[in-house]
Design a protein around this ligand. Structure first.
Ligand SMILES: C[S@@+](CC[C@H](N)C(=O)[O-])C[C@H]1O[C@@H](n2cnc3c(N)ncnc32)[C@H](O)[C@@H]1O
Length: 296
């Protein structure tokens, strides 16, 4: 199951299928940061209290890319809880987030919590009365409708702001055309909606589904596009994406394996060539809790 790309890969060494390759997370970080919808950041900054401790929970934090992007934009003091089931990624996150400052130049308090997001009891207590913001980056499209129901139930009682970014929207493509582009796109999107570690993934439907559910409990929701534009200069990312789309498409449609392999070979040959560009559509969602006395 892939969150927008070939994230969960079974390694030759038999690594578990729901473990994310740290090379992949490192490779995608610049594209993620470039793509994020800055208008939503501004709205969030305006809503957050100033000069009060901010409790922020990052679900599926990986190596801490979301913190590295967001923390310098937000006021302090900030207290982050980074949640992931992967111990190695959590250790990398702690290391890579050391030295990050808030928008006032102050240090952050960063804690990690190793938890399985499929087990509600494991992670829901990370979101407490002092949590003003729950965020996640490149996670939402992996989760199932049931998982979203659990999240919304937790939010309903605690009412933090929600900032869920970089959920794939199902649109991706190359700057040149190939007769089998649509075959690959349809197979990949079907693969995303298929069985994965959280059950049937929401894939490209995740952002809209979250927005609908939060609106239903009174949240004020804004969504914005956050597409990747991956140029020739990021040839390694282009190759990783193409290979991942091809692998997922074959898994989804093994009867079309020859066509998909031919598509993948041609696209890999094009990767890195002058002017070759990949785009991957994403959506960011910001949801502010129902109006309270501190809103205007
Ligand atoms: C696509 S990565 C995104 C990582 C990070 N947020 C980023 O933007 O780079 C998804 C993350 O979700 C984590 N994850 C996947 N399944 C999980 C589970 N069942 N429990 C906890 N974390 C999980 C993975 O370990 C990985 O770090």
């Amino acid at each position: 199951m892939l969150a927008g790309a070939p994230e969960m890969q079974e390694s030759a060494a038999g690594q578990e299928k729901d473990r994310f390759d740290h090379n992949w997370l490192t490779l995608r970080e610049p594209a993620d940061h470039e793509a994020r919808a800055s208008a939503l950041n501004q709205r969030l900054v305006e809503w957050l209290p100033y000069n009060q401790p901010l409790g922020i929970v990052d679900l599926g934090c990986g190596q801490g890319s979301n913190l590295r992007y967001l923390a310098p934009l937000l006021p302090g003091p900030q207290q982050w809880t980074l949640v992931d089931h992967d111990e190695a990624l959590l250790a990398a996150a702690l290391q890579r987030c050391a030295g990050i400052r808030d928008s006032d130049g102050q240090t952050l308090q960063v804690d990690v919590r190793q938890a399985d997001l499929r087990q509600l009891a494991d992670w829901s207590s990370a979101i407490g009365a002092d949590t003003q913001l729950v965020t996640a980056s490149a996670l939402l499209d992996l989760v199932s409708a049931d998982w979203l129901s659990h999240l919304v139930a937790v939010l309903k009682s605690r009412r933090p702001a929600i900032h869920m970014v970089l959920s794939v929207d199902g649109q991706f493509g190359c700057s040149t055309l190939h007769a089998d582009d649509e075959l690959i796109r349809a197979a990949f999107n079907a693969h995303q909606r298929g069985p994965g570690p959280f059950g049937h993934g929401l894939g490209p439907d995740a952002a809209a589904e979250l927005a609908d559910r939060l609106q239903a409990i009174g949240y004020r929701v804004q969504s914005a596009a956050s597409p990747w534009h991956v140029p020739t200069e990021q040839a390694a990312l282009q190759r990783w994406l193409i290979q991942g789309w091809g692998d997922a498409a074959i898994e989804q449609c093994p009867d079309q394996a020859d066509r998909i392999k031919a598509w993948t070979s041609q696209r890999l040959a094009e990767a890195g060539s002058t002017g070759f560009l990949l785009t991957v559509g994403h959506t960011d969602v910001l949801a502010l809790p129902p109006m309270s006395d501190r809103d205007t």
